[in-house]
Ligand binder design. Structure first.
Ligand code: ADP
Ligand code: DP6
Ligand code: CO
Length: 352
């Protein structure tokens, strides 16, 4: 009996220009384009194994060892059925190919970091799911084509199908066919940029990205200003900064955009607070670090949660870690040397 199985890992990506808002909630079409950095494979990642077998009676998914339901018409079901549809095209072109599109699939995935805690597990999770099914089905699709499917699982997932610096172009086609991820520059273009993850809390967040951003779309006037007046120019400027390897410009835009995203969350009714005192303390520490240096040597950014991601040239990482350990002495490396577990007992710097 043949075994039809494939395992793929996908890393998380952390946005510098944030996606926050959908113009179409079913197709997951965003209200603005976004841009992120995909972390290296040995950092935070999801690893997903997909198996097709004629004896399976339905599609099933296990996340971190626990079975999750696959709701009809839901995001998981959409991704799986889109990939089966592409497999059926392969089978039609090649009559000797096994009819995997007619079998149910079992999918098992694990994250090596906290799930649903604002560290982009939906991004690596859906990217790994789509990539593992594409490998199982031997689809001829390129990463941008697969990104259109991953996008329908979780918007941010489309960007994790590329490494390096990645844009999600919002597109304009009503069917979403041009709302996809494109590579801005590969990782090797700027290997000097490193990401330091500061895990402030690994609790599940109170407001999911999906429900939070929908509430923002419905209630925030600031979001309308952001998507029309702010993001388009920032997308152009940050792409240009990446291509020129201009860290101060890259960093300034990244921090501005994180701040505006959290302002938009606060402008939502009722307001959404993703940052906590420790997050704000880390903002103060990085701000003071840059001020004292008279140059921008590090950038903070926060997704929908209190955990900080700090982008900096490699040569600065050691002193940034030492600086953070001074304020949060009980911080533990987690789960690799460039991720820190920051306990919320730390002191807040004076004068902020
Ligand atoms: P996060 O900030 O971690 O992205 P979200 O609220 O956006 O949090 O999404 C969390 C959800 O993403 C989980 O509840 C789960 O439904 C889905 N998810 C996370 N990891 C995986 C995975 N490895 N495979 C499939 N789905 C996943
Ligand atoms: C703050 O992609 O998790 O991380 O599309 O509803 O699944 P859904 O939301 P999700 O939102 C991510 C929001 C963000 C910013 C970003 O990653 O661009
Ligand atoms: Co998410």
């Amino acid at each position: 009996m043949a075994l039809y199985q494939a395992t793929v890992s996908a890393p998380v990506n952390i946005a510098c220009i944030k996606y926050w808002g959908k113009r179409d909630t079913k197709l997951i079409l965003p209200t603005n384009s976004s841009l992120s950095v995909t972390l290296d494979q040995d950092h935070l990642r999801s690893t997903t194994t997909s198996r097709a077998d004629p004896s399976f009676d339905k599609d099933r998914l296990w996340l971190n060892g626990k079975e999750e339901s696959i709701e009809a018409g839901g995001r998981l079901a959409t991704c799986i059925s889109e990939l089966k549809r592409l497999r059926a095209v392969v089978e039609a072109q090649n009559p000797t190919a096994p009819k995997l599109s007619t079998y149910s699939v079992h999918i098992a995935s694990r994250n090596n970091f906290p799930t649903a805690a604002g560290l982009a597990s939906s991004a690596s999770g859906f990217a790994a799911l789509v990539a593992s099914l594409a490998a199982l089905y031997e689809l001829p699709a390129n990463p941008s084509q697969l990104s259109v499917i991953a996008r329908q699982g979780s918007g941010s997932a489309c960007r994790s199908l590329f490494g390096g610096f990645v844009a999600w172009e919002m597109g304009s086609a009503p069917d979403g066919s041009d709302s996809l991820a494109v590579e801005v520059a590969p990782r090797e273009h700027w290997p000097d940029i490193h990401a330091l993850i500061c895990v402030v809390s690994d609790d599940k967040k109170g407001t999911s990205s999906t429900s939070g951003m929908q509430r923002t779309v419905e209630t925030s006037p600031l979001l309308q200003h952001r998507i029309a007046q702010v993001v388009p120019a920032r997308m152009d400027s940050i792409k240009d900064a990446i291509l020129r390897r201009d860290f101060p410009t890259f960093a300034r835009i990244t921090m501005q955009d994180s701040n505006q995203f959290h302002a938009v969350a606060l402008d939502t009714e009722p307001p959404i607070f993703y940052l906590n005192d420790v997050s704000r303390a880390i903002i103060a520490i990085i701000t003071e670090y840059n001020r004292a240096a008279g140059a921008i040597k590090a950038a903070y950014t926060y997704d929908a949660g209190p955990n900080a991601v700090i982008y900096a040239p490699k040569e600065n990482i050691k002193e940034i870690v030492e600086l953070l350990l001074r304020y949060f002495p009980q911080a533990q490396p987690f789960p690799d040397p460039f991720a820190l577990h920051v306990d919320n007992q730390g002191s807040i710097p004076d004068g902020f």
